[in-house]
Design a binder for this molecule. Structure first.
Ligand code: UGA
Length: 439
């Protein structure tokens, strides 16, 4: 049976979830305090860049199953299920900032009417869902609500595809309360479409669901950091990290995914979630030493790439570096915790001039760096007159960069390819001094 759902927060996760849940046949209202955003979404403007999102948004608006509203409590009152998808950014001490979540709980407590399942999609520290239950219990009689933890595993740039074809669904609920069982039944309805395509569904308690999410992100961050450090070792020993990673990946227990060396992981999730899990460990007296070291090593990797550029140029003062790629990964305009921020900062501190190009992320980068660097609409204008060409994001268009043209336009002949996207042999044959990662 289709359910009446409110999704609180129309950010990245909330919007994709609202659109996806309505496509499954549920009646969904996406709510947000940002009136302008709600108006744009109601007109079918997706507000974020995400492959396929616009089509799904329009289709579900047209069908009448999907709506957007600023009337948060009114929408909650009409819903059987309320998804919380507000941000939990990093606070100064590395723990997750829960202020948006607290507001959402207030709204739910005020608005809920009749039995309501409160589902947390936001990534929240272990114990939060239990705490949400305690908060709501102070306001609503026992049995009138149930709390569910349903973490998301969406990747930016592939979020729509990930929503409709997840590797697994994780649904944590209060296994000890009767309303927990009732919530489980409703969640089965919400996700019936995924159940029908045989998506594995993991039913567990609240704490397990919360920790599955952190463990998954921390593991992936560890895997990347491992291969980055191995790449540094390969470099020092004259080995080729690509052959190493490829062969490691042939072992089914390891898998070849997330073994691409680079300038360190970034984005809105891995940096924040690794810090949060260390902070959770501190709170409960468990030393998360592996993850603590991953955070340190990932930071060092960014600096290492900056130092590679410095070394290739024999110093940075008055040198011009063309930086291709500012986003934390390809197919997004997101620069949060992007290695490019740290690297460009280092270049500027050393007295270099930076000429930057990114297909999507320049506007966001401008918000941080303003006119301290110059921005160029295409690769070659950025490259013109530079001493060094540095590739920091693995955009597809950089893979086929016309190196002959680049060589003619550049003043110098250094390439630092932090994503190993270029053809090293060709670069060397053209007279470039080429530095990659781990080869
Ligand atoms: C990540 C997870 O992959 C999602 O499953 C999760 O839902 C999401 O965080 C979240 O918690 O919301 P995302 O941040 O979009 O998704 O990015 P990823 O594609 O995982 O990449 C993260 C970083 O690792 C990027 O900087 C990327 O360049 C880097 N990376 C990734 C590598 O350096 N090497 C790799 O082999 C893979």
């Amino acid at each position: 049976m289709a359910q009446e759902i409110t999704v609180i927060g129309t950010g990245y996760v909330g919007l994709v979830s609202a659109v996806g849940l309505s496509d499954f046949g549920n009646r969904v209202t996406g709510v947000d305090i940002d009136a302008e955003k709600i108006e744009r979404l109601s007109r079918g403007e997706p507000v974020i860049y995400e492959l396929g999102l616009e089509d799904y948004l329009k289709r579900n608006l047209d069908s009448g199953r999907l709506k957007f509203s600023t009337d948060i409590q009114g929408s909650i009152a009409k819903s059987d299920i309320v998804f919380i998808a507000v941000g939990t950014p990093e606070s100064d001490d590395g723990s997750a900032d829960m202020s948006f979540l607290r507001h959402a709980i207030e709204d739910i407590a005020e608005g809920m009417d009749g039995f309501t399942v409160v589902v947390t999609k936001s990534t929240v520290p272990v114990g939060t869902n239990r705490w949400i239950g305690d908060q709501l219990r102070k306001r609503a009689p026992q049995g009138q609500f149930a709390v569910v933890s349903n973490p998301e595993f969406l990747r930016e740039g592939k979020a729509v595809q990930d929503f409709f074809h997840p590797d697994r669904l994780v649904i944590g609920y209060d296994t000890e309360r009767p309303e927990g069982a009732r919530a489980r039944g409703l969640m089965e309805d919400v996700y019936r479409a995924l159940y029908l395509i045989e998506t594995p569904i993991v039913w567990c308690n609240l704490e397990t669901a919360e920790l599955i999410k952190y463990a998954s992100n921390a593991f992936l961050a560890t895997k990347i950091t491992f291969i980055n450090q191995m790449a540094n070792l390969a470099e020092a020993c004259g080995a080729d990290i690509h052959a190493i990673a490829k062969t490691m990946g042939m072992d089914g227990r390891i898998s070849p995914k997330f073994l691409h060396p680079g300038p360190g992981y970034g984005g809105s999730c891995f940096p924040k979630d690794t810090k949060a899990i260390v902070s959770t460990g501190d709170n409960v007296g468990v030393e998360m030493s592996v993850i603590r070291e991953v955070i340190r090593a990932n930071d060092a990797q960014k600096v290492r790439v900056a130092e590679k550029i410095e070394k290739a140029l024999g110093g940075l003062h008055d040198k011009t570096v063309a930086v291709l790629g500012l986003a934390f990964k390809a197919e997004t305009d997101d620069i949060r915790e992007s290695p490019a921020i740290r690297i460009v900062e280092h270049l500027l501190e050393g007295g270099a001039h930076v000429r930057a190009h990114d297909p999507e992320a320049m506007d966001n980068f401008k918000k941080i760096f303003g006119d301290r660097i110059s921005y160029h609409d295409d690769e070659f204008t950025a490259i013109e007159g530079s001493d060094c060409l540095a590739i920091l994001t693995e955009w597809n268009e950089f893979r086929n960069l016309d190196l002959e043209k680049a060589k003619r336009l550049m003043k110098g002949s250094c390439i630092v390819d932090a994503r190993n996207t270029l053809d090293r042999e060709q670069a060397i044959a053209l007279g470039f001094s080429y530095t990659g990662i781990g080869r």
